[in-house]
Design a protein around this ligand. Structure first.
Ligand SMILES: [Zn+2]
Length: 144
């Protein structure tokens, strides 16, 4: 099956949770009441962290490849996923949530960040004021 983060408690997500925990942050997981059911929510800080699988969320990166069969089905399916992502992000921002999207390619694969680097980026974003940011694999950092 396609690679992607779908299930709960995937290892890459655990890396982030451990880092938050160590830094003293308390969080809730997979919060159904919020748009997009964010993976990690820090209610005290009004922060929602979404861990996006690059396939399911149609990320432009080396982890994403169009399937070779049922192409039309996947185009519709992934376009729908993408539209939901946009809607959920807007809803969260409108309600005053700060949102951090962490892409799967930052967590696994050849472009993944090293864990300390990832941790530093997450924690420094948390301590800042930015309402929205994304963390992705290294290729992007080099090209943009
Ligand atoms: Zn990606």
């Amino acid at each position: 099956m396609m690679s992607g983060i779908r299930g709960k408690d995937t290892r890459p997500e655990l890396t982030i949770r451990r880092a938050l925990h160590r830094a003293g942050f308390r969080y809730r997981l997979h919060v159904k009441e919020l748009p997009g059911k964010p993976d990690i929510v820090l209610p005290r800080y009004r922060v929602a962290i979404l861990v996006h699988g690059c396939f399911w969320h149609r990320h432009e990166c080396h982890l994403f490849k169009w399937p070779e069969s049922r192409v039309a089905f996947w185009q519709v399916k992934l376009a729908g996923n993408h539209a939901s992502d946009v809607r959920h992000l807007e809803a969260l921002r409108r309600d005053g949530w700060r949102v951090l999207v962490i892409w799967e390619c930052a967590l696994k694969g050849r472009e993944r960040l090293n864990p300390e680097n990832l941790e530093t980026r997450v924690l420094s974003w948390l301590s800042g004021k930015s309402g929205f940011a994304q963390i992705r694999g290294k290729a992007d950092a080099a090209s943009s």
